[in-house]
Design a protein around this ligand. Structure first.
Ligand code: HAM
Length: 435
């Protein structure tokens, strides 16, 4: 197929029927975030490559294999953001947002770019809704962020999600754990898949979430991070569970949740669905208490999550959850000739001033074809204007569901005030319109 008529591999277009559903889901996310004091942040789609190397981590698959990195015309190494957290931390530091009182709470909608092998639920350009919270070290903050994610799913009517929870400790206790993990796997190094063999030195915790049946079988007997947590980390994790219990949030402690990005400390969590196939995580997040300092700021606690919008839409579809489609057209005005077309345009413009979705034919169709089009776009009312209507200074509003007709004055010549007074009275009688 021609490159001119096919989107690049791993990307997809969203047409109005789909964007209407996305907007509805996004509306819920904005509302739930705003309720909890999160404000929207927008950061650039590209950043300096070093930002992701430093934050996401040199040893991660994202940085090693998946980034869209290029030199710009000034010779700088630039990367399309593979995720949202790094840019938000950078912006928070650049604008010294921490001076405006803590905690600072942000939410965002971003497109992200990862050069991965595309499959269902895995794209090269995908979209996230994410939140980041800075300056809140308490376990109640972890619960707040998790609850925000859950409230979005609940509001949308999503069912059968499992919240998987783990703690991966702080650098001190994790160092002890990593040592124990290496020792465990070293005995069986040759049985591990090639990727995990290379992970053994760099990042042995990632072996725990390898999908290969052999690696996961070996990983079953591996030491668990939870048994290595230091007192502070254990207390924090117990606190998170206590707040979740008190908020009535069900979760499953899953020691194999390690997340694929290097910045995490302590709490990590994922919302997982059976409706997604292999890419089963719809939302992932956790704490990153060392990241702000790593990026040059003062030690500042941080935590957040990102929810994949494409994966969410897949779940909604699989569960038969329909989003209300916006009404494209309430009133369609058909015109019989050029003079009537001018009046049709005036009527439609007038209706728009009252926020009534209205349309007319701009393709030069016959009356029959105009009515067929009105039906296709689901117009609730149709109006036909011709010489007789202009002469009489009135038109008929036909309710397409009941077939009832009502007279609406338009003035002679057309008078917007006269028309709107009558038209709005007729429209007000139908359900769902509130003025
Ligand atoms: P992540 O787990 O890499 O975390 O991505 C979060 C979500 O983005 C995933 O659960 C998934 O729904 C979606 N996602 C990831 N990769 C793809 C892909 N290739 N195609 C489609 N959807 C995808 C992060 O990005 C962290 N920044 C989350 C975070 C925020 N942690 C703390 N704050």
């Amino acid at each position: 197929m021609s490159l001119l008529t096919q989107a690049p591999k791993g990307t997809q277009d969203l047409l109005p029927r789909q964007t209407a559903e996305w907007q509805e889901a996004e509306r819920v996310m904005r509302r739930e975030a705003a309720l909890r004091g999160f404000g929207e942040i927008r950061t650039p789609v590209f950043e300096h490559t070093e930002l992701f190397q430093r934050s996401v981590g040199e040893t991660t698959d994202v940085v090693q294999k998946e980034m869209y990195t290029f030199l710009d015309k000034g010779g700088r190494s630039i990367t399309l953001r593979p995720e949202g957290t790094a840019g938000v931390v950078r912006a928070m530091l650049e604008h010294a947002a921490y001076n405006e009182g803590l905690p600072q709470k942000f939410y965002y909608f971003t497109s992200c770019y990862r050069y991965e092998k595309p499959q269902a639920g895995r794209l090269r350009e995908f979209h996230q809704f994410g939140v980041e919270m800075f300056g809140a070290a308490e376990p109640s903050a972890d619960a707040q962020v998790i609850l925000l994610g859950k409230s979005i799913f609940d509001s949308l009517g999503v069912k059968n999600l499992s919240l998987e929870l783990n703690s991966i400790g702080c650098p001190e206790c994790r160092a002890k754990y990593t040592k124990a993990l290496k020792e465990y796997f070293q005995g069986r190094e040759n049985e591990l898949c090639e990727t995990c063999q290379s992970r053994l030195e760099r990042n042995p915790m990632r072996i725990l979430d390898c999908k290969s049946p052999v690696c996961s079988k070996i990983a079953e007997g591996a030491p668990r991070m939870l048994d290595y947590l230091c007192d502070e980390c254990r207390e924090h994790f117990e606190g998170v569970k206590r707040y979740l219990d008190a908020s009535g949030v069900a979760y499953r402690v899953n020691p194999s949740i390690v997340r694929g990005l290097d910045y995490y400390t302590r709490t990590v969590f994922e919302f997982v669905s059976n409706d997604l196939g292999a890419q089963s995580t719809v939302l992932g997040g956790g704490r990153y208490d060392g990241l702000v300092e790593e990026m040059g700021g003062k030690p500042t606690a941080g935590l957040g999550f990102a929810l994949g919008l494409e994966r969410l839409m897949m779940i909604l579809k699989a569960q038969g959850i329909e989003m209300p489609a916006p009404q494209a057209c309430k009133v369609f005005v058909a015109a019989l000739d050029d003079a009537a077309k001018v009046c049709a345009v005036q009527m439609v413009n007038a209706l728009h001033t009252c926020s009534i979705p209205a349309d007319y034919d701009s393709c030069g169709r016959s009356l029959k074809a105009q009515m067929k089009y009105a039906d296709k776009i689901g117009a609730e009312f149709t109006v036909v204007v011709g010489g007789d209507e202009l002469e009489a200074g009135q038109v008929m509003f036909k309710n397409m569901a009941t077939r009832e007709q009502e007279t609406v004055k338009i003035g002679k010549p057309f008078d917007q005030e006269v028309f709107l007074a009558d038209a709005m009275a007729v429209l007000a009688k139908t359900e769902g319109i509130h003025f």
